[in-house]
Ligand binder design. Structure first.
Ligand code: UDP
Length: 343
């Protein structure tokens, strides 16, 4: 009998890619999303890629426990992956209550519904942001969590703690937190990808939107950092690789292979790449010139962070495999798809 995974936030950027990979690995998927930060593009893309027009979709707000309970009543859920959260760092600084209320409430109501239902395997979508400005690179799962630099980051730390405490309470919940580094790129089909609303905050959508002419010029925030080329260093993890890590993680939980009832894994490549290197590689692999300039440092930016992914490599049997070149080609193909230029 096939196993069923509830994906909250499954119509969004990462959630839709995870939905595709889970279905292609033989799982049944139920998607829940309130569509507050996306439209149906990516879920429709997931349906096309998998040939599954029948992916059950609940348009619900996970902050409402009754809505989540209804899903548990209608489906036997073996695992749930929780993506449903706000994710804009800058906005969280200006609207902290909105972030705390939404991100904590939605996770707690999902956990309550799972617990009431006799328990569940729960995978939480966490972030490298929980490490803050780490003293040593690369960061391992043992690196200390530093005080969060934004309410968004604080909600990631708090949700990790909420999950850990819920697991400890022994009410049938097993938990895992995957700490993502910088998810980038799009599905090779170009049918799903990142779809920011308004002016993008993140690097890659800003790059692709500049290349297509939606933005005039990319600002590279800071070229005076003590790094090899003066720009920041990040660990850019391809979104399909990232999605595959979720399949491995869900398999480990459902098959009872966890070593502890609460586990944490870094999901990254282990390779630091500079912002300038991203720009140069994007230009090279896509055969175009990008209008960019060096600007001042962005407030709150960390100079460098990258993962030590060896625990995930060993325990999940997962490793990032898509090249940066292919990832940046896919990001551009997605932008072209959105502009209707490759049809
Ligand atoms: N960045 C940039 N210009 C932009 C957006 C981002 O130079 O328009 C840089 C940013 O300063 C950081 C890196 O790209 O060093 C990654 O930023 P992003 O917002 O994508 O992710 P973060 O690492 O901040 O979560």
């Amino acid at each position: 009998m096939s196993r069923k995974v509830l994906v909250t936030g499954g119509a969004g950027y990462i959630g839709s890619h995870v939905t595709v990979e889970l279905i292609q690995a033989g799982y049944d998927v139920v998607v829940a999303d309130n569509m507050s930060n996306c439209d149906m593009t990516c879920l429709e893309g997931a349906r096309k890629v998998t040939g599954r027009d029948d992916i059950p979709f609940y348009r619900i707000d996970c902050c409402n426990p009754d809505s989540v309970r209804k899903i548990f009543k209608e489906h036997r859920i073996d695992a749930l992956i929780h993506f449903a959260a706000f994710k804009a760092v800058g906005e969280s600084v200006n609207s902290p209550l909105k972030y705390y209320r939404n991100n904590l409430d939605s996770f707690m109501s999902v956990l309550s519904a799972a617990a009431e239902n006799g328990g569940c395997n729960v995978l939480f979508s966490s972030s490298a942001t929980v490490y803050g400005e780490a003293d040593k690179q690369p960061v391992t799962e043992q690196s200390p969590r530093k005080p969060a630099t934004s309410p968004y980051g604080a909600t990631k730390q708090m949700c990790e703690d909420i999950l850990q405490d819920t697991v400890k309470a022994g009410i049938g919940i097993k938990g895992m937190a995957l700490r993502y580094f910088n998810p980038v790129g799009a599905h090779p089909s170009a049918l799903l990808g990142e779809l920011p609303r308004g002016v993008p905050n993140n690097l890659i959508p800003y790059v692709t939107q500049t290349a297509i002419g939606k933005r005039e010029c990319l600002s590279i925030f800071g070229n005076d950092y003590p790094t090899p080329d003066g720009t920041c260093l990040r660990d850019f993890i391809d979104v399909v690789d990232l999605a595959k890590a979720h399949v491995a993680a869900v398999g480990r939980m459902i098959d009872g292979k966890m070593k502890e009832d609460y586990e944490i894994f870094n999901i990254g490549t282990g390779r630091p790449v500079s912002v300038l290197e991203i720009v140069k590689t994007f230009e090279k692999v896509n055969g175009l010139k990008l209008n960019y300039r060096f600007a001042g440092r962005r407030a709150g930016d960390i100079m460098a962070i990258w993962a030590d992914p060896s625990l995930a490599n060993e325990e999940l049997g997962w490793k990032a495999s898509r090249s940066l070149e292919d990832t940046l080609k896919s990001a551009w193909a997605w932008e072209l798809h959105l502009a209707g230029k490759n049809e």
